[in-house]
Design a protein around this ligand. Sequence first.
Ligand code: ADP
Ligand code: MG
Length: 346
Amino acid sequence: MADDKKVTPVSKLGEFGLIEHLTKGFTTVNPGTIKAVGDDAAIIDNKAKLTVVSTDLLIEGIHFDLMYMPLKHLGYKSVIVNLSDIYAMNAEPKQITVSIAISSRFTVEALEELYEGIKLACHNYKVDLIGGDTTSSLTGLVISITAIGEAMPEDIVYRNGAKVGDLICVSGDLGSAYLGLKILEREKRIYLEHPDVQPELEDAPYLIGRQLKPEARKDVIQYFKEQGLKPTAMMDLSDGLSSDIMHICKQSGTGCEINESQVPISEEAYNMAIKFNLDPITCALNGGEDYELLFTITPEDETKVANDENFSIIGQITEADKGYMLVTKGGNRHKLTAQGWNHFGG
Ligand code: ADP
Ligand code: MG
């Protein structure tokens, strides 16, 4: 931290002063937000729509590392991962609550940065901050965000609707966020051993951006609306394709077949995987945090997805007894393994 940076202890403002300070720049934009921050509870009016709710809990040292995650990015990403869950239901997020637990090492200025990121995400995705809670922790930072969205009952897409013969589709490309994390971890190790060495981040801006500043696929949900397309099943990719497609299959009572050659991998990710001595397809299947949408469609809807460069059709849904298979470029068939991305050390 630079010497001339202002450092205000949270105790100077007190809890109420802090909440007021951090939330004062937020305005609400959704008519359904009747009451936001300031009373004992917030009020939402969703009229005829269903309410869709999702929560995430993020712990310093487990889910994020402040050594390479700037607080503004952390604030942004914490919101994004929750919005992504709402979009994955084919719903529209409208409000969030933000709860934080902070140790004494966090200054008012540090929390301002966190809330700058939260505010930017709220602005970009037209979501209102309507409340939260603030408390202290013995060590580290804890952030819990709840996203609240809405959808017409008939529009909601669950994980359990995939049928045999449906096509498996994915937005964007996979594995980039994982490789971004690999680079950041490498640079952290180098920094800890040789603090005077400049970090080598310049050669992979896309990968690092995918890790530090992911976006949620609001555009995909809008595209579905425009096209009158309703996926049969959907979820967002947070753990990795192999483990996530299994969630859809288990809940739908089906199997699946993924074609290795169709799995979208960016050129940058491909080259970086080789540099790390990793198999690019393994990174795409098992790297986490892509926050792309994984969905299935009936074959009649194929052209609506095939003709758009945002999407790849990567396989199809099969009978349950066929299992979860990967067909390699050479035509070999392997069982998909759900290595996923296990925070408990799998
Ligand atoms: P209570 O004592 O009833 O829990 P608080 O003093 O914690 O109330 O909160 C006062 C208001 O500020 C409420 O509207 C609450 O939702 C909001 N709030 C508290 N902490 C946060 C936070 N970290 N971010 C956003 N809003 C918050
Ligand atoms: Mg409270």
